[in-house]
Design a binder for this molecule. Structure first.
Ligand code: OGA
Ligand code: MN
Length: 288
């Protein structure tokens, strides 16, 4: 295995690793590289059938679509034969165009609207446009660390509501989400600052894709503070821009990063994503 940093902020690239049958040692090393890459790991040259992609993903934990359904959010993006696989594409499973793909075309952390949000997501590139279709990743840990001590003290004590309904306003086009999808379990309250269980580091955990407001503040205060935090998180110094190559498997940790799918292409783009169910976010400070 050869590793290389991809940007000063985040991202490590690995060449010479096969996700189809990693030993326990190899998997342990992958896990370490993910922490070293501050939550973004690029595994080049993978050949993954859906079953192999799912098997590798399970090593990180229980999967959405398996241990807990994700169908009630984005039914039409699910793989017809594998409910664990989320089809990230501008075409549906029958090859019919869905129009411009809007999936992920806004800053977000996957499934943050659930009580137990996603820990890592694993996205495998099958079909890519010749140019365009990059994905941006930002480090919410670096963003948190860049704030003043007084601001961190204030944020450490706050909670925010995450609600999938917000998603319909900022990202997905409305017709792609059925009314039912919005009923039920797709809302949760989380700490604004969460501690990462592996690195022990604190990071901001609010995102424009799913966060509706910060609890206890006036509406205008919440809006202003969230806008400030989003701006800080997505500062260019805290970003890695991934230009996809066929057979890339990119693993990101939703607990310390956000990502953004750039929709600047007209050709077809098709990727498979699996999503691991994480822990309930650990607050920055213990609340007793
Ligand atoms: C996702 C996502 C980004 C992309 O799969 O969760 O946001 O660039 N995708 O497709
Ligand atoms: Mn996403």
């Amino acid at each position: 295995m050869n590793s290389q940093r991809l940007s000063p902020a985040l991202g490590v690239e690995i060449v010479g690793f096969d996700a189809r049958e990693p030993s326990d040692d190899d998997f342990g090393q992958i896990h370490e590289y993910l922490v070293e890459g501050a939550g973004v790991l690029v595994l080049r040259d993978q050949t993954l059938e859906p079953e192999q992609h799912i098997a590798f993903s399970r090593r990180f934990g229980d999967l959405f679509g398996e241990a807990e359904p994700l169908q009630n959010t984005v039914t039409r993006y699910l793989h017809p034969d594998h409910p664990q696989i989320f089809r990230v594409s501008n075409k549906n499973a029958d090859g019919q165009p869905l129009g411009r793909s809007r999936a992920g075309n806004y800053w977000h952390s996957d499934v943050s609207f659930r009580l137990r949000p996603a820990s890592v997501s694993l996205l495998y590139a099958i079909e890519l446009p010749r140019i365009g279709g990059d994905t941006l990743f930002c480090s919410t840990t670096l963003a948190y660390d860049s704030l003043s001590k007084e601001m961190r003290f204030f944020l450490d004590r706050l909670e925010a509501r995450h609600d999938f309904a917000i998603n319909t306003q900022v990202g997905f086009s409305h017709e792609q989400i059925e009314t039912d999808d919005l009923a039920g379990q797709n809302a949760a309250i989380h700490p604004v600052v969460r501690r990462h269980p592996d690195s022990g580091r604190k990071g901001l955990f609010v995102n424009p894709g799913n966060t509706s407001h910060i609890l206890g503040l006036h509406e205008g205060e919440s809006r202003m503070l969230l806008a400030f935090l989003y701006k800080r998180c997505t500062q260019p110094e805290f970003i890695y821009r991934h230009s996809w190559r066929p057979h890339d498997l990119v693993i990101w940790d939703n607990r310390c990063t956000m990502h953004y799918a750039i929709v600047d292409y007209d050709a077809d783009r098709y990727l498979h994503r699996t999503t691991v169910i994480g822990e309930r976010p650990i607050p920055a400070i213990s609340t007793d």
